[in-house]
Structures are given as structure tokens and as C-alpha cells.
Design a protein around this ligand. Structure first.
Ligand code: NAI
Length: 437
């Protein structure tokens, strides 16, 4: 099948490449010339493990190409996916759909034959119908249908998630559209991955409900972690104890600095806004947003407390800035609130991130940038772990002690054990775990 993928960000590039790996002929389109030019040079504009090899292999096989020419890509496609961004709109938290609607108009102008237009971007209920209306208005003569196929991949494990998903959700209104989607996902269909066919609106809501549920789970365990700190209980034991209950499940029960990233914050906000719009208030989601927002500031306070109540004139070594490991994505990362709060409180920040530095340098001011964890720790009064990159999981504590001004660590991801850190001679603070006396 011939596929056009509009948008070559984390979702568009990964999905387009994986569809080509399935054997389809895929043209990825972006309006950002830097993105397309770097892809044409064989350079991948984002960091996603395994993506470079997969792109190169499929480009070489002639199944994957990149262009800014949306007209030609759409004219040659059986299915056109919209994978553009849907960021939060300033002020009201609703999803900004201007990129989706602009893409719909451009697609409409390029249609030459029956085409299935599929929204892969995360979009609020009703967006697919609006895309349909825009295309119909722009091109009353065009033969097309609109379907919804939300994406569930996680950055850092995106290829694996796309190739081996728990399920595929397709909102489609006709047999023809369903057949086309089934053919696109044929390798998964054959492997018996559940493919759920629903209405357009149902598919759109499944995506938001899923993300809001996961954000709720994280926020729940974060609040339990706060209680654990007061009552001398280890939150990891509580998480294991409840997670083994099959009705709850053990995933997304890791206490930390609060969720961030390119999806959960904006998607919870957009879902809450949809609830308000339809007079069906989602008070649990509203509370989750509120609790999570406040948490990031509280993480900065935790660092201040670890430094004896003030960081004025102190140097803080920060390891990890991206919102999670194995990505260079800085969008809504907890570090974006924690680091400036510490700077405002008078601290000097030294920092390092394995893949996020390029982006981070555009977002932070007055940071001493370092090349690895040990250089970052040199001369610092405290070491703070914000993102749990693997290379931070096995730091040489003896070496760190010689580099730090004082052996103090605040581990916001619970990657070390309190007893081991005490043994190593550190004053160690983590999330929801009692310090070892
Ligand atoms: P992104 O911001 O990384 O990429 C979007 C791309 O679309 C940009 O390269 C932009 O230049 C391009 N674009 C915008 N308008 C265009 C147009 N008219 N024609 C051609 N290209 C255009 O966004 P990302 O992270 O890939 O997200 C895309 C959608 O997927 C969003 O709705 C997001 O919520 C959803 N999603 C994202 C996931 C993630 O982990 N990043 C996971 C699941 C869903």
C-alpha cells in the first residue's frame, strides 16, 4: 500500500518508518525544511533508539522517502496519516488543532482519487468530523473518508511499541476504511494483536482516557509516596504490594518528581477542557493536573531541605534533564521547573544529560554544562538525579565522594537503595522511602 505521513516528529517519523518496515511504500512529509533536509542527508533529527538503522534500511530498500511536497505525496497515496503536533493552547489548556486543520486543508487540495485520511495525532472528540467537514468544504468533489488511529507508542521504546503494541485502535465508519486499516496493520493482525474497530469519536476518546488514567496512576503513587515519608514506610514496598493485584497492575507505580513529557500534561489538560465544554466535569483529571503541577515545585524544596534549608551560594549538580531516559525530548520535563526554582533560590547549577543537552541549552539560562556525571559533580554541594538514564544507575560512589564538596544526593527517581547509600557514606534523600538511620 502507498502511505503518506504528514509530520515527521516523534510519532510521524517512527510510524512512517515502521509502516515501511511492514512493506508499505511510505512518503514522509514535513513543512520544516531542516527536518526534511537532515532526513534526506540520512541524519535523524530526533533521538530514538534503533530509529536510524530502521530509516536507513527502508530508504535503501526504496520503501521510505522524505519530501516537503505534500501535493505529490497525497496524490500518490491510498492512505494519508496526519501526525502533526497538537500542543496545549495557551490560556485554556485545550488542544491547539491549527496544525491538524491546516494539514487537512492541504490534503484536500491534493486529493486525486479515493483516499483514507487518518488522524494519528492525539485529537479531542469531534476533530475527525471537523477534518471531514474541512475537506468536504475545500473539495466538494473529492472521494475520501476520515478515520482515527491514535498512537500509543512511548518515546524511548517507540519502535518496539509500534511493532508489538498491546492493541491497535481504529475508528472507522465503513467496511472499505476498515479493510484498508486492516491491510496497513496486516503483520500485526496476523500476529493476533487485537485491532479494535470503533467509531471515530470512540477512538479519539480512548487515547485521552488512556493517557489520563496513566497520569492518574502516577499521581496517585506520588501522593502515597508523600504519605510514606511521614509514616516511615517504603513506597516501593507499597507499590509492589498493590501492583501484584491483577486489577491494579504494577506498571506506572514508580514514585518520582511528577509526570512530564510531550503527552501527559497537554493531554490531561485537553481532556479536562473537553469535559468542561460538554458539561461533564472530569474532577479526578482536574485534580491530577493540579497535584502534579504543584509537585515539581515541591521537588525543588526537597533539594533545598537536603541542603540544610538554603541553597544560596551553593552549587548543585543535576544529572538528567529530559522528561524521561532514552529520549532527547525536553517538552514539559520536570527539570524545567525544578532547575529554575533552585536558581531563583540562589544556587549555581552544573548539569549533564546524555541526549538532551542540545535542546536543553535552548531552554535553560546560566548553567555550567558538563560532559558526564563526574564532571558535573565536581565541586558541587549536592548531586540531584532528575532523570534515570542507565549511565546514572551505576555511579562510582567512592569517586563521587572525592569530587563532591559534601556526600549528599537527592535521587528523585529512586534508582539507588537507601541502605547502600548510607553504607557508601552519603546523606541520601529519595522519594517516599525512609532514610536509613
Ligand atoms: P512533533 O512536534 O515532534 O512533530 C510534529 C511535526 O509535524 C513537526 O515536525 C512539524 O514540522 C510537522 N508539521 C506540522 N504541520 C505540518 C503540516 N501542515 N505539514 C507537514 N508537516 C507538518 O510532534 P509528536 O511528538 O510527533 O506528536 C505528534 C502527535 O502525536 C501529537 O498529537 C501527539 O500528542 C501525538 N502523540 C505523541 C507521542 C509522543 O510520544 N511524542 C505518543 C503518542 C501520540
Amino acid at each position: 500500500m502507498r502511505v503518506a505521513m504528514i509530520g515527521t516528529g516523534y510519532v510521524g517519523l517512527v510510524s512512517g518508518t515502521c509502516f515501511s518496515e511492514f512493506g508499505h511504500s511510505v512518503t514522509c512529509v514535513d513543512k520544516n525544511p531542516d527536518r526534511i533536509n537532515s532526513l534526506l542527508r540520512g541524519e535523524i533529527p530526533i533521538f530514538e533508539p534503533g530509529l536510524d538503522d530502521l530509516v536507513l534500511r527502508n530508504v535503501k530498500a526504496g520503501r521510505l522517502s522524505f519530501t516537503m511536497d505534500i501535493k505529490a505525496a497525497v496524490a500518490n497515496a491510498d492512505a494519508v496519516f496526519i501526525g502533526v503536533g497538537t500542543p496545549s493552547r495557551r490560556g485554556d489548556g485545550e488542544a491547539d488543532l491549527s496544525y491538524v486543520y491546516a494539514a487537512a486543508k492541504e490534503i484536500a487540495e491534493a486529493l486525486t482519487h479515493y483516499t483514507l485520511i487518518v488522524t494519528k495525532s492525539t485529537v479531542p472528540v469531534g476533530t475527525g468530523r471537523e477534518v471531514e467537514r474541512i475537506i468536504r468544504e475545500t473539495r466538494p468533489d473529492a472521494e475520501f473518508e476520515v478515520a482515527s488511529n491514535p498512537e500509543f507508542l512511548r518515546e524511548g521504546a517507540a519502535i518496539e511499541d509500534f511493532m508489538r503494541p498491546d492493541r491497535v485502535v481504529c475508528g472507522a465508519g465503513s467496511d472499505r476504511a476498515r479493510e484498508l486499516l486492516r491491510a496497513l496493520y496486516r503483520p500485526l493482525y496476523i500476529n493476533e494483536t487485537p485491532i479494535l474497530f470503533t467509531t471515530l469519536e470512540t477512538a479519539e476518546l480512548i487515547k485521552y482516557a488512556g493517557n489520563a488514567f496513566l497520569a492518574t496512576k502516577i499521581t496517585f503513587i506520588n501522593e502515597i509516596a508523600d504519605l510514606c515519608e511521614k509514616v516511615n514506610v517504603n513506597v516501593q514496598d507499597v507499590a509492589r504490594g498493590i501492583g501484584l493485584d491483577g486489577r491494579i497492575g504494577g506498571k506506572f507505580l514508580h514514585a518520582g518528581p511528577g509526570y512530564g513529557g510531550s503527552c501527559f500534561p497537554k493531554d490531561t489538560n485537553a481532556l479536562a477542557a473537553t469535559g468542561r465544554k460538554f458539561d461533564a466535569p472530569l474532577s479526578i483529571v482536574e485534580t491530577v493536573i493540579d497535584v502534579n503541577d504543584k509537585r515539581k515545585g515541591r521537588m525543588a524544596e526537597k533539594v533545598v531541605a537536603a541542603c540544610g534549608g538554603s541553597v544560596k551560594g551553593k552549587t548543585i549538580a543535576v544529572l538528567g534533564l529530559t522528561f524521561k531516559p532514552e529520549t532527547d525530548d525536553m517538552r514539559d520535563s520536570p527539570s524545567l521547573e525544578i532547575v529554575p526554582a533552585l536558581q531563583s533560590a540562589g544556587a549555581t547549577i552544573r548539569a549533564f544529560d546524555p541526549e538532551g543537552m542540545h535542546e536543553a541549552k535552548k531552554l535553560f539560562k546560566d548553567i555550567v554544562w558538563c560532559d558526564d556525571g563526574y564532571e558535573t559533580a565536581t565541586g558541587a554541594d549536592v548531586l540531584v538525579i532528575i532523570t534515570e538514564w542507565n549511565q546514572f544507575r551505576a555511579l562510582d560512589m567512592e569517586k563521587l565522594k572525592t569530587l563532591l564538596r559534601a556526600p549528599v544526593m537527592v535521587d528523585l527517581r529512586n534508582i539507588y537503595k537507601p541502605a547502600e547509600m548510607k553504607q557508601a557514606g552519603f546523606r541520601y534523600y529519595s522519594v517516599g522511602r525512609p532514610p536509613v538511620q
